[in-house]
Design a binder for this molecule. Structure first.
Ligand code: 5RP
Length: 225
């Protein structure tokens, strides 16, 4: 349960960074959850913000805790986004997408002035790659992309639901969880994946995060890129 406490501490610390009037990107996952709940508490206490959720799950949570929502069509620029990560390296490059929301998360991060990562201490790594990299693909191209990823030296595995059928993202796509082992050059791998037809998005977030708040024991550490 230490992890849960670290997640809650990180999420709550990040929620304090949000200011009146902010357009706020709301991340997805069990750590972002705590930030959204804490923001809901601040909204009830009078904070005026509008949220942009990165998944259906987060939209439901945000509504439940009273955070007004908007869309990127209405507000294409975001002041601050709070989101989790599966791995965080010393440059604040990330692996994301364990929760399947990587595409919307990356779009939101890409138009955010300040992206704040929230994580428990187990997410901090020296080198990305132990966590299988999620790659979102259109189902039409899955086998083609799988072959290209194998040629890069990784082992892709189709993400499935408990009944064995393919997991589908909020965008109706499939996910290949790709075990690369240590990723020596994350920007180069990101470029390689960006150039593969059929890949909609991948979970390497390069240079997007400005600060990471990491729960460690009973403290919250601040990491900067
Ligand atoms: C969802 C994500 C999550 O932020 C990531 O998987 C971390 O989740 P958690 O905070 O539950 O460990 O990228 O797509």
């Amino acid at each position: 349960m230490a992890n849960e406490q670290e997640k809650e501490a990180a999420g709550r610390a990040a929620a304090k960074l949000v200011r009146d009037g902010d357009i706020v990107g709301l991340g997805t996952g069990s750590t972002a959850y705590f930030a959204v709940v804490a923001l809901g508490e601040r909204v009830k206490a009078g904070l005026k913000i509008i949220g942009i959720p990165t998944s259906i799950q987060t939209a439901d949570l945000a509504r439940a805790v009273g955070i007004p929502l908007t869309t990127l069509d209405e507000h294409p620029e975001i002041d601050i986004t709070i989101d989790g990560a599966d791995e965080v390296d010393p440059k604040l490059n990330l692996i994301k997408g364990g929760g399947g929301a990587l595409l919307r998360e990356k779009v939101v991060a890409s138009v955010t002035k300040k992206m704040v990562v929230v994580a428990d201490s187990g997410k901090v790594v020296a080198t990305l790659g132990k966590f299988p990299l999620p790659v979102e693909v259109i189902s039409f191209a899955r086998t083609v992309v799988e072959k290209k990823i194998v040629a890069l030296g990784a082992t892709p595995k189709l993400r499935t639901k408990s009944d064995g059928t393919p997991y589908l993202t909020n965008n109706g796509n499939q996910i290949l969880d790709c075990s690369f082992g240590a990723i020596a050059d994350p920007p180069a791998l990101a470029r390689e994946l960006n150039g593969m037809p059929g890949v909609v998005e991948h979970g390497l977030f390069i240079g997007l995060a400005k600060v990471a708040l990491v729960g460690r024991g009973d403290r919250v550490e601040e990491l900067r890129s």
